[in-house]
Design a protein around this ligand. Structure first.
Ligand SMILES: [Zn+2]
Length: 341
């Protein structure tokens, strides 16, 4: 299986992270790339640099207002007297009523859901290359590869059409799914990250052509809190095309695989032409977020189960943070997927 990745994706290097009111080092570190590249190579994958696809595939799921904001906000922020080195808003609209602030501080609050996605001089470029890695993997699958892996970093599944959040700027999984729609009439996205894929759900919430399914730690007491509950089923013509499977904290392989069985059953009933796997590895028992207890061999079994769908599959990297087994977990998933396919 081919891996797609560009060195520019490493340059985004966020420093700040506010958690339970405390400033901590941001967990979405460039070093994740080293571990994931090693894990991909250990699975026998070859690394390929994506082409630059411009803004067209990104603009297919993100608003022009948001793309323009991300393009210029770092420079605009730096012009404010006494501004921090990274863009980190502290005022957010609790509801949107149509008004749009003119200034950098207000727009940052409008377009950024939380303090986990600081923007530096390198962020926009890194986020573009991350999205292009997803596009390149999608192109490979559309050209006949049974599966391809996009090493997307920064990740994407918490990014809505016009909001960054949770380390995410452009929604790489959504960009892949939308790209697949050029030839596939129905696309399913299966999100196995520890956290609910709220941005992905939001982008496709009113659409019946893209089924969104997410397994994640119960958001009643876990990020992203406001989305990911079982009663969120879609809206308008998208009603019935979103499935959330929240899991009790510390659930292990058995509970995860049981829920995955439900997810796969729903995907089969949707009869998609192609699949995007939003591959978070942070459901791992040793991940610093500590939300679920999936094992390394559990990731292989998850991959084997997904591969049984026998669909053209784009695997998009989402979360998974620094721990000794991060690379091994990717190796287990990719090997399990290829072995079963
Ligand atoms: Zn996550």
């Amino acid at each position: 299986m081919k891996t797609f990745y560009a060195e520019e994706q490493r340059r985004h290097d966020p420093k700040a992270f506010l958690s339970t009111g405390m400033q901590k080092p941001n967990p979405e570190q460039p070093e994740r790339v080293e571990r994931l590249l090693a894990g991909s190579r250990a699975a026998g994958s070859t690394i390929h640099r994506p082409a630059s696809y411009g803004l067209t595939p990104i603009a297919a799921v993100h608003t022009p207002e948001y793309i323009e904001f991300l393009t210029h906000i770092f420079e605009r922020w730096q012009r404010m007297e006494g501004a921090s080195a990274e863009v980190i808003p502290n005022v957010h609209p609790f509801a949107r009523n149509g008004s749009y602030p003119a200034g950098a501080a207000g727009q940052a609050g409008y377009h950024m859901a939380d303090t986990a996605c600081p923007i530096s001089a390198e962020t926009f470029d890194s986020a573009c290359w991350s999205a292009w890695s997803a596009v390149a993997a999608t192109e490979a699958v559309m050209s006949g590869e049974p599966a391809a892996y996009a090493l997307c970093r920064p990740p994407g599944h918490h990014a809505f059409a016009d909001v960054a959040g949770g380390f995410c700027f452009f929604n790489n999984s959504a960009i892949a799914a939308q790209r697949l729609r050029a030839t596939a009439s129905r696309v399913a996205i299966l999100d196995v990250d520890l956290h609910h894929g709220n941005g992905t759900q939001g982008i496709f919430y009113a659409r019946p052509d893209v089924l969104t399914v997410s397994l994640h730690a119960d958001p009643s007491r876990f990020y992203p809190f406001f989305w990911g509950h079982a009663d969120e089923r879609g809206e308008a013509t998208g009603l019935g095309y979103n499935l959330n499977l929240p899991l009790a904290r510390k659930s292990g392989d058995t509970e995860f695989l049981e829920a995955l069985g439900h997810a796969i059953s729903r995907i089969r009933a949707f009869t998609p032409d192609a699949l995007v796997v939003a591959l978070g590895l942070d459901a791992f028992e040793g991940d610093p977020f500590g939300g679920l207890s999936v094992t390394t061999s559990g990731f292989a079994r998850i991959a084997e189960a997904i591969a049984q769908l026998r669909l053209p599959t784009v695997i998009v990297q989402e979360g998974g943070y620094l721990c000794d087994a991060l690379g091994d977990n990717l190796t287990a998933f990719l090997t399990g997927f290829s072995g079963a396919n």
